[in-house]
Design a protein around this ligand. Structure first.
Ligand code: NAP
Length: 254
């Protein structure tokens, strides 16, 4: 039995019905955390919960639509009821995504949905759970950003602006909660092979030519970095955004 298990601590992994979030949930369960699985899809949420349980872990599954702040508030209340108030030690703000849309075609509804999902939901969740972590003097938050916050791509401005805000919140929260024992960090994935981009894989040829790794990431490769940032191995790492992009960020193709 490891530390988290012996304390019965919960890790909330948003967007854990699929992709990076699902892989993160499985790894944090291996590390002894009880997992709150969530997404919009009830069946896939139950599937991740069962995968955690089959591996010997403990999980609950809840659903919410994070583009709707009322749904996030309902989720927080439901969660506190399900796992107890003040028991969350780890928060992974992973649920996210956005549409590809030129600025002039982006409606206010699309803009608001991008910010609600990628900024407001993490904000409400952090406000709900970080204070109890800080009171205990122990906790970890990892935000999942996107390569698109360091270098822009045409046609996805609202999403990139939202992820950019989330990366700034990583630093704000490190300043706010770090002195009270809560480490806040982020990962910045490049191209990850998940259902998120299945329908646009044909567009990534040119992108991959500039990736030293020469391929997209498996979701587990991002999840391992999140796991590291949560773990005591990263005890002196605070306020960073770690690229997990196969080197894309570091090089300029000739
Ligand atoms: N894949 C990439 O290339 C890539 C690159 C850069 C950054 N990222 C970031 O990595 C994170 C994980 O993405 P992924 O690639 O693992 O995608 P994914 O496989 O499509 O998973 C996305 C997860 O987020 C949840 N989610 C999406 N919209 C939601 C909403 N409105 N309310 C609640 N939950 C919602 C989904 O749940 P349901 O489907 O059940 O609703 C799902 O569990 C995202 O923040 C994404 O922006 C991904």
């Amino acid at each position: 039995m490891n530390d988290a298990e012996s304390r019965g601590e919960w890790a909330l992994v948003t967007g854990s019905t699929s992709g990076v979030g699902r892989e993160t949930a499985l790894r944090l369960a291996e590390d002894g955390y009880s997992i709150v699985v969530c997404g919009r899809d009830r069946d896939r949420a139950a599937e991740t919960r069962k995968a955690v349980e089959s591996a010997g872990g403990r999980a609950v599954d809840l659903v919410a639509d994070f583009t709707d702040p009322a749904s996030v508030r309902g989720f927080i209340a439901e969660m506190k009821e399900a796992v107890g108030d003040g028991t969350v030690e780890v928060l992974i703000n992973n649920a996210g995504g956005g549409m590809f849309s030129p600025t002039e075609d982006t409606t206010e509804e699309m803009f608001d949905a991008a910010f609600n999902l990628n900024v407001k939901a993490p904000y409400l969740l952090t406000a709900a759970f970080a204070p109890a972590m800080a009171q205990r003097g122990r906790g970890a938050i990892v935000n999942v950003g996107s390569l698109g916050t360091t270098a822009a791509t045409a046609g996805t401005s609202a999403f990139q602006a939202a992820k950019g805000a989330l990366m700034m919140l990583t630093k704000s929260w490190a300043a706010e909660y770090g002195p009270r024992g809560v480490r806040v960090n982020a990962v910045e994935p490049g191209y990850v092979l998940t259902p998120l981009n299945e329908h646009v894989r044909h567009m990534y040829g040119g992108y991959l030519a500039g990736v030293p790794a020469g391929r997209g990431a498996e979701p587990g490769e991002v999840a391992e970095v999140i796991r590291f940032l949560v773990s005591p191995k990263a005890s002196y790492v605070q306020g960073v955004t770690l690229p997990v992009d196969g080197g894309k960020n570091a090089v300029v193709p000739l």
